[in-house]
Design a protein around this ligand. Sequence first.
Ligand code: BDR
Ligand code: CA
Length: 302
Amino acid sequence: KRPIIIDTDPGIDDAVALSIALNHPKLDVKLLTTVAGNVNAHKTTENTLKLVSFFDKQVPVAKGCDKPLLIQLEDSADIHGESGMDGYDFPEAIAKALDVHAVEAMKDCILKSTEPITLVPIAALTNIALLFSMYPETKQNIKEIVMMGGSLARGNTNTSAEFNTYVDPHAAQIVFQSGVPIVMVGLDVTSTAVLTKNEIEKIKEFGEVGNMFYSLFQHYRGGSLQTGLKMHDVCAIAYLTDPELFTVQETFIEIALDGPAAGATVADLKMKYHDTTNAVVCLDIDIPAFQQWVVLNLEKIN
Ligand code: BDR
Ligand code: CA
């Protein structure tokens, strides 16, 4: 089992990603950390605790940063609803957050692990940037970062930037300059990785888990029920368990920090300006195989 820490801001696609990761036989979720993004960090923490309780898991949850490093938070409640997970009436969470900050919890978890940890940020990179700034010694025991964020082509916030790198571009820059190997699962694949009516109708039949997702999907404005719902964060989990679904390329990425493209992940795909690479980026995904993977993994939870 691969030991991972997921840093998250649920978020309806985060909820699907966490549900699969918490129940996947190849993954050992050591810690969940939360950050401000889709909604504020209080709500993303509550939502994470609700999911952990829903699945009756003992995975620790630690609340992280309330705002990006240097700029104000622009949330995404228009996509995920005011609560961040609108549409399903979760029972009150039994699980409680740790009383240490996410950065401290990550540091402790990474330093005490006997096996290198994979970090899986599916939100703004604020907590990870602080971890590397405060505790650079943790880098030695990190296998890699598999992140949902960024885009080689268009953005989904300004013209060029994807939401997670747009929310905290300075944090993204620190992470891309960290020297830790990065796999960037960006909009180039995640915008095409949709669940269509066909999969959603199947998922609906999976007992209470199916009902929960069906209800959330009615409120998720990341795509449409007709053309398909974008499963951005779920792709990062699929990359961990089934990387052969993706076509990738090594490249060098830097972050645009301001101006009309703030938050854009600028890639030197032809390696014209750099001698070394700092990331592997996903270029393509096998969509039917991914859709099948999601359905199978949600079915198995029941
Ligand atoms: C990313 O932004 C968030 O709204 C989603 O949860 C995902 O992490 C997609 O751009
Ligand atoms: Ca997210």
